[in-house]
Design a protein around this ligand. Structure first.
Ligand code: GLN
Length: 380
């Protein structure tokens, strides 16, 4: 049968490719971003408890009320503003469903969506599926900060949305309060929406606070914010995310969500609602990952890899130009096969696939895993 691909330039994602390769060659997997340590037994007990209690049928379409209430309380605790639990919060199948449902609901054929370049690999295909165009604005070097005058220059009458992501995957860069002010200024008086992907909101280092767009009254009136319990509670396989948006936008987003995933695993929603009651459960995540980042940097110190400072996420970029002239895709494949450590080549996140000889390492791992990887890497 002859079919016309809707995504002719897309293959399987780099995360799937590198995890498969890591398995095949028995390499330590610092590629795809997922923790190798367990979910809290307390949280698992709660899921089991609610399944035994009979919470096994459809949850309400936007999510169970007690979880939406817990999300609203957490949001107020963190950012000083409480979203409406009926109209402004929806629980989704991971943040990727949130982004997909939001873009599908709100972006039309011919629209332009400004994204940062590099960006998480899913954004552009999701935009393209709507017949819209992703306009990449290069992040500044060497710190991957946002160049707001360059963003401003790309705004046309077709611009419907600006997508930001802080803490940023893949670079680990974070935005500051000044960035929020600039975004507010640029969008003021326009009909431009903001999609702020904040899945690593609880993984910000060095005593800095996460700058959520929800802190700004003007921004939250035009923003869709996505978040992820998979990232916060080390349970990426549970596919539990959510989004916050003003009710006019949320009404449209829920029209897509209800025909997409409809609802998310009921007992898990109840368990997370319980677990969120203790702020320490999400506030202890950043110090835990900061320790891992620092440990990874320490054990890599004698290597010829040059780290790029990571301010958040569980990723660390490393420049390998002192080690090899190979392109980053070839180098990461060679490392997986010959050295036994899998990573993600940074070029895949750029629109033009530019190669700056940088790899992304995931340090959401036990110290033994990081140490074993560093031992191999320090020999290069
Ligand atoms: N977000 C994860 C990463 O950046 C990957 C998720 C996936 O494999 N789809 O590594």
């Amino acid at each position: 049968m002859q079919i016309e691909s809707k995504l002719p330039d897309v293959g399987v994602t780099i995360f799937t490719k590198m995890s498969k390769m890591a398995n095949e060659y028995g390499a330590i997997n610092l590629a795809q971003g997922f923790p190798d340590f367990p979910v809290s037994p307390k949280l698992i007990d709660r899921v089991h408890h609610y399944m035994q209690q009979g919470m096994n049928q459809y949850a309400p379409m936007p999510g169970v009320p007690i979880l939406r209430e817990a999300i609203a309380t957490k949001t107020e605790h963190c950012y000083g503003w409480k979203p409406n639990i009926d109209s402004e919060i929806t629980v989704t199948c991971g943040a990727i469903e949130a982004i997909n449902s939001a873009v599908t609901a709100l972006i039309h054929t011919g629209d332009e969506v400004i994204i940062m370049d590099p960006a998480y690999d899913a954004y552009e295909p999701i935009i393209n599926l709507q017949g819209a165009k992703a306009i990449g604005v290069p992040l500044r070097q060497p710190d991957y900060s946002i160049d707001w005058s360059a963003v401003s220059e790309q705004i046309t009458e077709k611009t419907r949305m600006i997508m930001i992501n802080s803490p940023h995957n893949p670079s680990g860069a974070t935005i500051s309060a000044h960035d929020l002010e600039a975004l507010e200024r640029i969008t003021s008086g326009t009909g431009i929406m903001v999609l702020s992907d904040e899945v690593y909101e609880h993984i910000v280092f060095d005593g800095e606070a996460h700058q959520s767009v929800l802190r700004s009254e003007a921004l939250r009136a035009r923003s869709i914010v996505t978040s992820s319990f998979g990232k916060t509670f080390h349970a990426t396989g549970w596919r539990m995310g959510y989004l916050i948006a003003p009710s006019t936008l949320m009404t449209e987003i829920r029209k897509v969500h209800q025909y997409n995933t409809f609802t998310i695993h009921t007992a898990t929603q109840y368990s997370i609602a319980d677990y969120l009651k203790k702020p320490d459960h999400y506030e202890s995540v950043a110090p835990m990952y900061q320790k891992k980042r620092d440990f990874f940097l320490k054990v890599m110190d004698s290597s010829r890899f040059k780290p790029v400072p990571s301010q958040g996420t569980y990723f660390q970029l490393m420049d390998y130009s002192a080690i090899s002239d190979k392109g980053d895709v070839a180098f990461s494949e060679w490392m997986t096969k010959e050295v036994g450590v899998a990573t993600i080549p940074m070029s895949v996140f750029y629109q033009d696939k530019q190669d700056n000889k940088v790899l992304r390492f995931c340090f959401a791992k036990n110290e033994e895993t990081l140490e074993a990887a560093a031992e191999k890497l320090c020999e290069l």
